[in-house]
Design a protein around this ligand. Structure first.
Ligand code: NAP
Length: 511
């Protein structure tokens, strides 16, 4: 297919093949340039150079996407679940077939290492497979009313048109984690990808179109004006669902918008994960887990280990070994084959990390590794380790979102549980101990939605992903993620025989 505007993704093999991504807005079955006639520049964070540009949608485009989603809504809602499942499975296959291309696109626009990007594509595709399998299992309930006689019939119906807003750090997985359950439930949707990384979403949307997703079921609006565009969409009464992944700050803004129209909202927000290592932990496993929890995506993950708490008996060995591993981690352009830690997303990300480290060192912290941004081109921060950190330091309170390990010792279990819970966030936490009984008891006292017990990675399409406290509302993944896009419909069924309602005079005439 020939697109009016497109970007030719160069192949990683250098053999001259290209993968063509449409770079406009997807509204219905059309790739359109948008009513504003403006473009958004997309920069490669590894070089600081311009990759391409995408259409910059406005309010009118957002509302046209709602029109398209509304036109498709009843057809998709009544499409047999088996057919929806087959289409979702075709999307899974399409992502798998094009996995290397998608990884290359992610790496180019996000800056992450190709190995991380490949991992993301595999994870992202799995949401299509998982929800293809779940689409045919949206079972209702039938119960006898407690008073007897009447029946309670509950069906899970598609909630309606959904607005999906995603961040830049996992441009494929955060999109499919929403689109797949929405489609499985029978909803149509409008995706608003992050301004820095729309190319991945556009590529996935085009693959979905080719895989047989009907016109209008998935629409994509890139925009440099996320506030006005999402507000207009949310104020359209046909839109019934908001699913957001991003910072807690913007989550609050969008919840206020959703409140105006009483729109069901799912929120996947920020984190401040503690990583707790007890004296009896298997240190090899703890270091491996720490490297995954800290260094996946260069630390730019909501589940990233933000604060390492290591019990005194294991502290010195853990610090020494983590510094050695972090030091050996290869920093470089995302698309370079041997890179282990890619670029940060932009200059602001680097400045924030520098600011957090300066604040910590001003309060007495010592930098054992890294601790200073690498000079350009590109936006690089080296793997860094800091110790002797005062608990009031900003780096302990806020998401670092970079390759910086903050390590603090502790003595008693009660103390570390108190420290771990002393944050407004509650997304993920990690515990390492060889005593599973103790590990489970600690996990149950951590105020987090997800706990990795002797595991540095909690994400799994088959598991409910999400946080408590200021880290979010609702869950993605698992069957829970599908139910977020449904609404229970209760049908009260009378099974009482007619004689109950006849007058006493005629009652005797009944059998
Ligand atoms: P962000 O600044 O909150 O942006 C997220 C999305 O919201 C982007 O598409 C952004 O568009 C849009 N947005 C920004 N301002 C908006 C507004 N006023 N109205 C409507 N939409 C608006 O977050 P980010 O920097 O992209 O991502 C990093 C954050 O996401 C971190 O806090 C991380 O922990 C969190 N995160 C959470 C999860 C989870 O599952 N819990 C997963 C991944 C990331 P623009 O790109 O145009 O600004």
């Amino acid at each position: 297919m020939v697109f009016a505007n497109s970007y030719d993704v160069p192949s990683a093999t250098g053999k001259g093949e290209v993968f063509v991504i449409p770079t406009d807005l997807l509204i219905g079955d059309m790739w359109v340039e948008g009513t504003r006639g403006r473009r958004i520049d997309i920069v490669n964070p590894s070089t600081g150079e311009l990759l391409t540009s995408v259409a910059d949608g406005g309010v009118a485009d957002g509302l046209m996407a709602v029109d398209a989603a509304a036109m498709a809504a009843s057809g998709w809602a009544t499409t047999p679940p088996r057919t929806r499942a087959t289409i979702l499975m075709a999307c899974f296959e399409a992502m798998k077939e094009n996995a290397e291309w998608l990884a290359q696109i992610i790496s180019l626009e996000n800056g992450k290492a190709l190995s991380d990007a490949r991992g993301e594509v595999a994870y992202a595709a799995e949401f299509f497979r998982w929800y293809a399998e779940e689409a045919v299992r949206v079972n209702g309930e039938v119960a006898v009313a407690p008073g007897g006689g009447n029946r309670i019939v509950v069906q899970y119906q598609p909630i309606g048109i959904a607005l999906l807003v995603t961040p830049w750090n996992f441009p494929a997985a955060m999109a499919t984690r929403k689109i797949a359950p929405a489609l499985a439930a029978g909803c149509t949707c409008i995706l608003k990808p992050a301004e820095e990384t729309p190319l991945t979403a556009l590529a996935v949307a085009e693959l979905m179109r080719r895989a047989g997703v009907p016109t209008g079921v998935v629409n994509v609006i890139n925009t440099s004006a996320p506030g006005p565009v999402t507000s207009a969409i949310l104020h359209d009464p046909r839109v019934r669902k908001l699913s957001f992944t991003g910072s807690t700050e913007i989550g609050r803004v969008l919840l206020r918008e959703a409140a105006d129209c009483i729109i069901s909202s799912s929120m996947e927000l920020g984190g401040n994960a503690p990583f707790i290592v007890l004296d009896d932990a298997d240190l090899d496993a703890a270091i491996e887990g720490a490297m995954i929890a800290k260094m996946r995506n260069g630390g730019q993950a909501c589940t990233a280990a933000n604060r390492f708490y290591v019990q005194r008996g294991a502290y010195d060995a853990f610090v020494k070994r983590l510094v050695a591993r972090m030091k050996a981690f290869r920093l470089g352009a995302g698309t370079a084959p041997d890179t282990e830690c890619g670029a940060m997303i932009n200059r602001a990300a680097i400045d924030k990390i520098d600011h957090l480290i300066a604040d910590a060192t001003a309060r007495g912290a010592r930098v054992l590794l890294g601790g200073k941004a690498v000079d350009g081109p590109g936006f690089f921060y080296p793997p860094s380790v800091i110790v002797d950190v005062h608990p009031d330091s900003l780096i302990v309170q806020e998401e670092v979102f970079g390759p910086v390990a903050v390590i603090m010792p502790f003595a008693e279990i009660e103390e570390v549980i108190r420290l771990a819970n002393a944050t407004e966030y509650g997304l993920s936490a990690y515990v390492y101990t060889e005593d599973l009984k103790r590990g489970l008891r600690i996990s149950e006292r951590l105020e987090y939605g997800m706990i990795g017990l002797n595991r540095g990675l909690v994400s799994d399409p088959a598991a409910p992903f999400g946080g408590v406290k200021q880290s979010g509302l609702g869950r993605e993944g698992a069957h829970h993620g599908l139910l977020e896009f449904t609404e229970p419909r209760y049908i009260a069924v009378s099974c009482v025989r007619a004689r109950k309602f006849v007058t006493p005079l005629r009652k005797s005439a009944l059998p």
